[in-house]
Design a protein around this ligand. Structure first.
Ligand SMILES: C[S@@+](CC[C@H](N)C(=O)[O-])C[C@H]1O[C@@H](n2cnc3c(N)ncnc32)[C@H](O)[C@@H]1O
Length: 267
């Protein structure tokens, strides 16, 4: 069982600026685009009804809106839902999606409602078994799901820099794949069929020390270590300057693992 703080995303991201800043920097300096990769993997079709669990500020919803207008997003955070509505108004004007404050562990939709259900970078805040059971319930027969989560070696370069400086990795820092492989996959095997795991690799190339530091400060690695490690920020900046002087940029390789599968038909 995960500890409470980790399961409650709204507690972990008390300051929503952290999460939004992290997402924006990845979008800006990433070499590859996760959302476009996701669209290809989902093979989303026009008119299909999609549910995005833990939709945050709507990054994936905006991607899905390139293909379908039938989208529902749920999240526990009121402020991220507000941000999502604002972004949809700006980047997908005229589109009217359902965005509601609901818990992924208790999805308030009827059986057999959705063609596709996704949960990106959010399953580790929830009870995996409960979410998977809910997904099965609301998916139509032969409907498909995709759950994306970072593997343990994501952002390896940043974790190594942090460790060189802090000599400390906070126990709560678990990027997620152990959840996907150890917690989600065994449950999924019992409920779904045609399961597959896929890997997305995205080197984030930070052009200067300041943007890297902004990213680091928005990460849970920093958030969860700052009270423990003296002068952490000052020492991390020195380390970032050293790496930058050596390489001319600071690259952090983000990885995402995605578990895909289908609901069985009416047998
Ligand atoms: C790291 S963010 C990912 C947001 C979005 N999917 C993205 O990739 O940009 C995780 C999200 O899960 C939400 N969350 C955490 N626990 C939740 C729960 N039990 N039910 C619904 N959403 C939850 C948080 O509020 C947060 O918006």
């Amino acid at each position: 069982m995960l500890d409470k703080k980790r399961r409650d995303g709204s507690e972990l991201y008390k300051d929503k600026k952290d999460l939004v800043s992290r997402i924006n920097l990845i979008e800006k300096y990433g070499t590859n685009d996760f959302n476009q990769w996701l669209l290809k993997k989902l093979k989303l079709q026009q008119g299909e009804k999609v549910l995005d669990i833990g939709c945050g500020n709507g990054s994936q919803i905006l991607a899905y809106s390139q293909v379908t207008n039938n989208i529902v997003g749920i999240d526990l955070s009121e402020s991220l839902l507000r941000e999502a509505k604002k972004r949809i108004k700006e980047f997908a004007p005229g589109k009217d999606f359902v965005l509601i404050r609901e818990n992924g562990e208790n999805i308030p939709f009827k059986e057999n409602t959705f063609d596709v259900v996704t949960c990106n970078f959010a399953i580790y805040y929830m009870n995996e078994k409960e979410v998977m059971t809910e997904i099965k319930q609301v998916l139509k027969p032969y409907g498909r799901f995709l759950i994306a989560s970072p593997p343990d070696d994501t952002s390896r370069e940043m974790v190594e820099m942090h460790y060189r400086v802090a000599k400390y990795i906070p126990p709560q820092y678990q990027p997620g794949s152990s959840d996907l492989r150890k917690e989600v996959l065994p449950v999924a095997k019992k409920i779904f069929c045609n399961l597959s795991l896929e890997l997305f690799v995205n080197p984030i190339v930070f052009p200067d020390v300041e943007t890297f530091m902004e990213h680091y400060m928005s990460s849970t690695l920093y958030v969860q270590s700052k009270e423990w490690c003296e002068n952490l920020l000052f020492r991390m900046k020195k380390e970032a300057q050293r790496v930058f002087a050596e390489r001319g940029n600071i690259t952090v390789t983000k990885k995402v693992e995605a578990l895909k599968g289908y609901k069985r038909g009416l047998v």
